[in-house]
Design a protein around this ligand. Structure first.
Ligand code: M6R
Length: 578
């Protein structure tokens, strides 16, 4: 979480242009933002980056650093927004991550007379550099300061009148973009991609000294190192003014997933499937929506008689004794930067397991640290709520399932059904349902087998952007306690598939008997449904058809409740802290 950028130019660079670059990282955090320059200027704002634009006139600078924040230490306020400065207001830093030993460092610095203005862990970095800068040049001072930090960090530091950026990364990503007489550095390539196609990905403990036409990298542990320049040619998606929010744009473009996911990846799918076939133990590792997609993978493998286990990435270390050299870890992540996932795969790697990943962001840490990866190829996803990437993950597992089963499949058919689900009349129908649900305090969602995955994912979508409490259960589990919460008019969304239809319907009747309102998401109607969301029929692919109306429902609920679905409170798209 948090996004950072830096620019060093031979000529002055417009601050407004730098902020546009920062804006491309807004999905990483959007509670406050700020920038600092080598001319000694600094500006901050609470809220989105838009508010910062208002503070800039036609200002330019040779060296600029900027930050968009997702608060960890210290509330959301201007004083806690980055950049943070030293006592003299000459050294500025931006930081993504957490400094675990900040209290200890703060005491060390206070004893030496440093004065702190914020409640953040990050501010100690600026003062540490200041402290070492008393007897060392800026570069040396940065290195000394960086070597005292514990935790996870991507840091950029600048000093008034000094025309370089000094940075470091450990467990938080940093990538350099090489331009002509200007170099860029940022949390991910997405910020830089409009300016260059040449990138250098920094490794853990790499310290970078960035000038307008030179790049020096030293590793804190290994000394001088050379990192390769990689050419990355990713298409930039233009803004689409037909949509009010990224989320609905991303929902509406889901049919396109089927054009690329397999075509661009055929060979990789075969290799991936082969590894699954030949693995003794398989664990899925993921978080949030990607975890739900992993549960789908787990159900599909079970159908094939292949034993696997999904483990929440943040819980993985508790299972590490089950992992060994014969284990295949399937890591699933849209961003490829989720700290819990990276932590889990590193544990597994230390036990000599093989890491195969399914990831959307090219160049991400997960992609780079995996033994093998499958790219989802569905373009950048900017909405905090995963939509098209979740569908792509489901599709990837569906394809793997078909390959492992040696069964023909037609993605063209899936594409047509998804297009149908995205039609106007369907959306209008869901709009009416959102009118009914918008006033509710609680929504329950049930399904069995793969339909349980839809219940889980739909509940997460509803919670994260509409803030209505939504809870998913395997349909048969409701009667073991939670049924006590069902009373008159409590809504229960029921997901049906052919295989589990009869048992799930019995559970729906149990809810109805207690006064609950039943919303069926199903290819077939039943008298128990008060409302029927008709979806195309399918076998294993049915989860895709179940989830799309739910994504639309969550979106419409958010709009009706006055929430911005792209920027839900307290959240960020990419969770880079543990
Ligand atoms: O980038 P990842 O797929 O690793 O992210 C995992 C979760 O943080 C993510 O799916 C989150 O739950 C989404 N906001 C769900 O919509």
């Amino acid at each position: 979480m948090c996004g950072i950028i830096g620019i060093v130019g031979k000529q002055d660079f417009e601050i407004k242009e730098a902020l546009k670059m920062l804006k491309r990282l807004e999905y990483r955090g959007y509670d406050s933002a700020g920038y600092g320059t080598s001319s000694g200027n600094i500006a901050k704002c609470v809220g989105k980056i838009e508010n910062l634009f208002e503070k800039v006139n036609n200002e330019k600078a040779r060296v600029i650093i900027a930050h968009t924040r997702w608060a960890t230490h210290g509330n959301v306020s201007e004083k806690n927004a980055h950049p943070h400065a030293d006592c003299k207001n000459e050294i500025f830093i931006v930081h993504n991550g957490i400094i675990e030993n900040f209290l200890e460092l703060k005491n060390f610095l206070k004893e030496r007379g440093h004065y702190f203005r914020s409640d953040t862990d990050s501010e100690v970095i600026a003062h540490l550099i200041e402290e070492f800068n008393k007897e060392n040049n800026f570069e040396e001072a940065c290195k000394k300061a960086f070597s005292m930090l514990k935790g996870s960090f991507a840091i950029l530091a600048i000093k008034k009148g000094y025309e370089k950026i000094v940075g470091i990364r450990k467990d938080s990503p940093l990538v350099v973009g090489i331009g002509k007489n200007v170099n860029y550095i940022a949390s991910d390539i997405y910020a830089i991609i409009p300016y260059t196609k040449n990138f250098i990905f920094l490794h853990n403990y790499d310290i970078i000294i960035l000038d307008s036409n030179s790049i020096r990298i030293e590793n804190l542990k290994e000394g001088k190192v050379k990192r390769p320049i990689e050419k990355i040619d990713v298409e930039i998606e233009e803004e689409d003014n037909n949509f009010h929010h990224y989320m609905i744009k991303e929902i509406m473009e889901q049919h396109k997933i089927f054009d690329y996911i397999f075509e661009k990846n055929k060979e990789n799918f075969l290799i991936f499937a082969d590894r699954i076939r030949n693995s003794k133990k398989i664990f899925f590792v993921a978080a949030g929506s990607s975890f739900h997609a992993s549960i789908y993978g787990y159900y599909l493998l079970a159908k094939l008689g292949i034993y696997s286990q999904p483990i929440l990435a943040s819980e993985f270390k508790n299972f590490k004794n089950l992992v060994d050299k014969d284990t295949l870890i399937i890591a699933v992540s849209q961003s490829g930067e989720t700290a819990d996932v990276l932590d889990a795969i590193r544990i597994a790697k230390s036990m000599n397991s093989k890491i195969y990943s399914i990831v959307n962001v090219y160049g991400s840490t997960l992609m780079r640290e995996s033994d093998y990866y499958l790219l989802m190829n569905c373009g950048f996803e900017r909405g905090v709520a995963a939509t098209k990437t979740f569908t792509a993950q489901l599709t990837a597992f569906y394809i793997l399932y078909k390959i492992l089963k040696n069964e023909e499949f037609s993605l063209e058919e899936l594409r047509a059904k998804v297009l149908d689900l995205l039609g106007k009349s369907r959306r209008e129908f869901i709009d009416k349902i959102s009118e009914v649900l918008k006033e509710k305090q609680h929504i329950f969602l049930i399904g069995r087998g793969i339909s349980y995955v839809s219940a889980l994912e739909a509940a997460l979508k509803i919670k994260e952007i509409s803030y209505i409490h939504a809870e998913a259960f395997p349909a048969g589990e409701l009667k073991h306690g939670t049924l006590a919460l069902i009373e008159k008019d409590v809504p229960c969304i029921v997901f049906l598939d052919e295989e589990n239809k009869d048992e799930t319907l019995s559970n729906a009747y149990e809810v109805k008997a207690r006064g609950g309102t039943i919303i069926g998401v199903s290819p077939f109607n039943d008298p128990v449904f008060d409302i029927w969301i008709k979806i195309p029929d399918g076998r294993e692919d049915i989860v895709i058809y179940q989830i799309i109306p739910m994504q639309i429902l969550a979106y419409l609920l958010a709009i009706k409740k006055g929430n911005n679905p792209d920027y839900p409170r307290n959240l960020a798209k990419c969770v880079t802290v543990k």
